[in-house]
Ligand binder design. Sequence first.
Ligand code: 4AD
Ligand code: MG
Length: 461
Amino acid sequence: MVKRTKIKDLFLSDTTKDEVLIKGWVRTRRDSKDFSFVEINDGSCLKNIQVIANNNLNNYETDIKKLTTGSSVEVRGSLVESQGNQKYEIAAKELKVYGFADEDFPLQKKKHTDEYLRTIAHLRPRTNKYGAAFRVRSALAYAIHKFFQERGFNYVHTPIITGSDAEGAGEMFQVTTLDMQAPPKAAGKIDYKEDFFGKMAHLTVSGQLNGEMYAMGLGDIYTFGPTFRAENSNTARHAAEFWMIEPEMAFADINDDMDLAEDMVKYLVKYVMDNCAEDLELFAKFIDPALMDTLNTIVNNDFARITYTEAIEIMKKSGHKFEFAPEYGVDMQTEHERFLTENHFKKPVIVRDYPKEIKAFYMRVNEDNKTVAAMDVLVPRIGELIGGSQREERYDVLVQKIKAMGMDVEDYDWYLDSRKYGSVPHAGFGLGFERMMMLVTGITNIRDVIPFPRTPKSINF
Ligand code: 4AD
Ligand code: MG
């Protein structure tokens, strides 16, 4: 018995073959007088293989002529040179049906909008565009591990359920097993001592704080996992559940951090260009004609590096009409970020040294005592791709900051331990995996680069 071959490997073969076996889903069927052409896709690559099924096959009338788009089949036959525009096709000796697709299978020839396809997110991986996107997503995830492992970073699994707010922004989903209809009370308030963990628990917004602890033991680490944010921003760049990559380096400062971020972005873009060329071609053709230029610009240029103060000045002097006027001390809007990277520098920009009031408590206070050693990487079409910083390693300064931000020092006693026992300068960042996906594919909505998106008022599937 001949073993199954993936369609991708058939096209890579340098010879025809007497006997091959493929399995996949029917994309189209066309009948002529003596045979049918059946296009089959198995998800291993963008291309379909064309199968020629002759009317002398014993199930020609009963099965083959009834094949609908979406049906699943197995085909045994010879791999022969194609008369058409592809290298090979299969002359079928046998075609077995696993399952017919009902006539109402929604992914017929007709082109659908992304909005419609989101309503059938369970079926969209069977389209060319989403097949391509999710092959790229897999390659990109692999490239992330490859990048860090090649550099001696250890992969750390930080918890998903957490007892502390890593960003101090209060955008957390609560996790509880209490009966919401009749929660236990103490002194008029819900008594979380009765809850599963004996205190309030949430889904994590970031693995950073736990990651830092492991950097203090293992040196260089990275996390790569799901994170959750209950921010009610219904934008094309925000999801309530998204994946984040968070490296953390012991004995590193903000400059090491920016270098690592720039190296990583370039490495990932190059990896996808080298390994997903066929899928990227589809995006360049149908989604973003400037895609390859954008990617080449990223790979071939140094990222611009400026301070937040310089960024505000550049925008003020630009004469550009912003919806929100850029102002020192106010957090940057997406339109500001995009102006800097798309209009002004025309390449990725790293902005550093933000006012301390607008950034998280753990960032290291600079000499000026006004700014913190934060850095954001901004890229065309997306704006913020990465947010990172050198961490405040001085115990007293950190305690002061936690208090000043109205947070409870007791909640962070474990975190503060790292500043008491052999504290070292360290730095890290978070890369939004879906934003990276948007960058490399040209896809403009975050809902279309994550398999089953979760956004405000939407949790189907
Ligand atoms: O800038 P953020 O909030 O940084 C942190 O969470 C730090 N703890 C990272 C660190 O230093 N270890 O988030 C990091 C990145 C953002 O730059 C953005 O790309 C992405 O995560 N991100 C989101 N992506 C999708 N949907 C959301 N709601 C996101 N919020 C942040
Ligand atoms: Mg940020």
